[in-house]
Write a protein that binds this ligand. Structure first.
Ligand code: ATP
Ligand code: MG
Ligand code: MG
Length: 359
C-alpha cells in the first residue's frame, strides 16, 4: 500500500524536526515496517509507518522502545533516538496508521549476507555490548508485545494441538519428525522454569537479531547501535544467543532441501561466543554461561517444531513457496539440533574456555 507524499508531509509536520523537509523517499530493505529517508535543510531522519497487523499494541511497543533507548542514551550509549511530536508524543496516527521518526544514524554500514566467522563474531560482540549496556535495566518494566514469544513449552503445546487436529492428514507422512520433537519434551521447560524461579535473570531481549539490525561504524567497524527494537521484550539473553546460533552457526539456509549441506559449525559457534562473552563477561551469570550452548539447541528445536506445527496446520502462519516448504524448514532444524547435540560437550568446553580466558 503506497502512502501519498501529501500524507507523509502532513505526518512529518507533526514532528519537531530541524529544518524544512526537502524529500521523503522509501529507504532500506526492511520487511515489517514501511521505512522512509527524510532529508531536511538541516539533517536526515528515518520515518516509519509501523506494521499494526504484526504489532497491534502500538502504545506498549513504543513505550518499550522509549524505555530502552532513553536508558541507553542517558548512559551515553549509541542507540536509536526518537524524535517527539510538537506535543511531546513518540508517534502519531494518520488514517489509522501509526508513524514514528528517528534521527538518522549517520556513517554506518551493515551486513546482509550470511556471515563469515569474522562478521558473525562482530555480531556476537554487538549483541554482547547491547546486553552489557542494559545489564542494569529493569526488564520487568517492559511489556510482552507478543505473548509467549520464546516460551518453548507453550510452543510445544501448540505443536501438539496441531498434531491432534491434523486437518490435512499430513501427520501420517512425517512420523519421524513428529517423534523427534516428542522425544525431547523434557528439555523444553529449562529456560522458562529457571526464569520463573529466578535462577536465570530476566533481561531485555531483542528477538530479531538479524545481521542487518546492527549498525557498525563505517570507518572503525565497531558496533554503533542495535536497531529495529519492535520486538524488544523481557526474557532471557539465552533467547537471543540461541536464535543467533540457530541461523548463524548453520552452514546452509533455513530452507535448504539438501540436508547434506546443512551442518552446525563449531567454528561459527566459537566466533559468536568469543564476541558475545568477550563483551559481556562481567555481567553474564554462571548459570547463563552453562546454558549458552544448550540455548542453540533449544531455540533451534523451538523453531523446528513451529515449522512442523505449521506444516501440519496447513501452512497458515509462515509464508510458503511450495507445499512442503515448512516441512523442509523443519527438517533443517532437526538436522541442526542433532548435530548440536552431538557436539554439545565440545561447545560447552568452548564456552568454559572463553569464560576462563576473559575472566
Ligand atoms: P525487518 O525486516 O528487519 O524487521 P523493519 O521493517 O522492522 O525491518 P528496520 O530494520 O527498523 O525496519 O529499518 C529498515 C532499515 O532502515 C534498516 O535495516 C536500516 O538500514 C535503516 N534504518 C532504520 N533505522 C535507522 C536509523 N535510525 N538510522 C539509519 N538507518 C536506519
Ligand atoms: Mg530490520
Ligand atoms: Mg523489524
Amino acid at each position: 500500500s503506497e502512502i501519498s507524499q501529501e500524507t507523509l508531509r502532513s505526518v512529518l509536520a507533526q514532528f519537531a524536526l530541524e529544518g524544512d523537509v526537502l524529500s521523503v523517499e522509501p529507504y532500506g530493505s526492511g520487511h515489517i515496517n514501511v521505512t522512509y529517508l527524510v532529508v531536511t535543510s538541516a539533517r536526515r531522519y528515518i520515518l516509519q509507518c509501523m506494521n499494526t497487523s504484526i504489532f497491534p499494541d502500538t502504545e506498549n511497543l513504543m513505550r518499550n522502545i522509549e524505555l530502552v533507548t532513553s536508558f541507553l542514551a542517558e548512559r551515553g550509549k549509541g542507540t536509536l533516538s526518537l524524535v517527539r511530536t510538537h506535543d511531546g508524543r513518540t508517534y502519531v496516527e494518520d488514517g489509522g496508521e501509526p508513524f514514528r521518526v528517528y534521527d538518522f544514524i549517520e556513517d554506518t554500514m551493515s551486513y546482509d549476507q550470511s556471515p563469515s566467522p569474522e562478521v558473525f563474531g562482530m555480531a556476537g560482540e554487538a549483541f554482547g555490548v547491547f546486553q552489557k549496556d542494559l545489564a542494569q535495566f529493569d526488564a520487568g518494566l517492559l511489556s510482552e508485545t507478543i505473548a509467549h514469544f520464546h516460551d518453548t513449552p507453550a510452543r510445544f503445546e501448540q505443536f501438539r494441538a496441531a498434531l491432534e487436529a491434523d486437518p490435512l492428514g499430513r501427520a501420517a507422512g512425517v512420523q519421524e519428525e513428529i517423534d523427534f520433537f516428542l522425544a525431547r519434551r523434557e528439555r523444553y521447560g529449562i529456560v522458562m522454569d529457571e526464569l520463573a524461579s529466578g535462577a536465570l535473570p530476566l533481561r531485555v531481549t531483542h528477538n530479531d537479531t538479524k545481521l542487518n539490525n546492527i549498525l557498525f561504524d563505517a570507518s572503525t567497524h565497531e558496533p554503533r547501535a542495535i536497531i529495529d527494537l519492535d520486538t524488544v521484550m523481557p526474557g532471557s539473553l539465552l533467547f537471543d544467543f540461541g536464535d543467533c546460533i540457530r541461523f548463524g552457526a548453520s552452514t546452509a539456509l533455513e530452507d535448504e532441501k539438501d540436508l547434506s549441506l546443512v551442518h552446525f559449525s563449531l567454528e561459527l559457534f566459537e566466533a559468536y561466543t568469543r564476541g558475545f562473552v568477550g563483551a559481556l563477561r562481567a555481567d553474564i551469570t554462571e548459570r547463563e554461561a552453562e546454558l549458552l550452548a544448550f540455548s542453540g539447541q533449544l531455540m533451534t528445536a523451538e523453531c523446528g517444531m513451529r515449522f512442523l506445527a505449521d506444516y501440519l496446520a496447513g501452512d497458515v502462519y509462515f509464508a510458503t513457496k511450495y507445499p512442503e516448504h515448512n516441512l523442509v524448514r523443519a527438517r533443517t532444524q532437526i538436522q541442526l539440533v542433532r548435530e548440536m547435540e552431538e557436539q554439545q560437550e565440545a561447545a560447552d568446553a568452548l564456552v568454559r574456555a572463553v569464560m576462563e580466558e576473559t575472566a
